[in-house]
Write a protein of this length. Structure first.
Length: 282
């Protein structure tokens, strides 16, 4: 029997969609991150990495019993992850795709802000510490929502102030991008998963790995319907892969939804050229 080459990717889309249909507090961020990693590592044993996280939490000291000072638990997590285990942010090779895969982050003990934050959130959940993600533009953090304690797992669990976050964002995005305090609000697990996928898609595009970027884009579309802009961006990947009829469909959708877009004339020109190319094939 022949195996459909797209079957593993289809399975990943179905599995991630099912996960994201659950209430946010029941979503396993680690399980979702490992589904994403399965796109790169089809034989990935996800259960072994979940067990790894369970063991890490046990070694960090076990679940809280009557402990009310969040700083004590944060200190415990920081000592375990960053001093004992040696986790750190990978500033030297930031755009290495391995930094975006939870299995690699756990194996190599290095990653980017959002994957290190995922490890931190998973540890905190197992220890009974109620942390949430913070989607600061350009840099992902975690925080204690009741005490407004901002923690940066990329810099070994450093506690940040609002001014620290403002400076960090301006370093990354430029001073012309205004800082809003709302950027420090907590975000749900669905938001984190979508941001993981968007980061990884961008890394693949920059590396000109267009098929992998398309697979990740389709995985994101399985979670939530794509916007017209996202359909246009997928069309660009399809054009690179010479899948012109699918690209035309995405661009037509974009034009239907955004008829007054500033680039509508350019998109019409591209659609005309793609249709001309398709006609020559028939």
């Amino acid at each position: 029997m022949m195996t459909d080459l797209h079957e593993p990717q289809d399975q990943n889309r179905r599995l991630l969609r099912q996960m994201m249909l659950q209430p946010d507090d029941r979503i396993s961020l680690a399980q979702a991150a490992l589904v994403i990693a399965s796109c790169e590592y089809p034989r990935l044993d996800s259960a072994s990495y979940i067990e790894r996280l369970d063991q890490m939490a046990r070694h960090a000291g076990g679940r809280l019993v009557g402990e009310t000072n969040p700083y004590d638990t944060i200190t415990r997590i920081n000592r375990y992850l960053f001093e004992k285990e040696g986790f750190s942010g990978n500033a030297e090779d930031y755009y290495d795709p391995r930094n975006s895969f939870l299995n690699e982050v756990l194996d190599r003990k290095t990653g980017i802000p959002i994957t290190l934050s995922t490890v931190y959130l998973e540890m905190a959940e197992r220890l009974g510490l109620p942390l949430v993600g913070v989607g600061l533009p350009g840099h992902f953090l975690v925080k204690h929502p009741h005490f407004d304690i901002l923690i940066d797992p990329f810099t070994k669990g450093r506690i940040l102030t609002e001014d620290d976050c403002r400076r960090r964002m301006q370093e990354l995005m430029g001073e012309e991008v205004p800082f809003h305090k709302s950027y420090l609000n907590g975000v749900g697990k669905r938001h984190i998963v979508v941001r993981m996928l968007n980061n990884l898609r961008t890394i693949y595009i920059n590396a000109r790995q267009f098929q992998k970027a398309l697979d990740i884009a389709d995985l994101a579309f399985a979670i939530q319907p794509p916007s017209p802009q996202e359909r246009k961006e997928r069309a660009a990947l399809l054009i690179q892969l010479r899948r012109h009829s699918e690209a035309v469909a995405d661009l037509n959708y974009y034009l239907e939804q955004e008829p007054t877009a500033q680039d509508s004339k350019e998109i019409l020109r591209i659609v005309f050229q793609l249709r001309k190319s398709l006609a020559q094939l028939n």
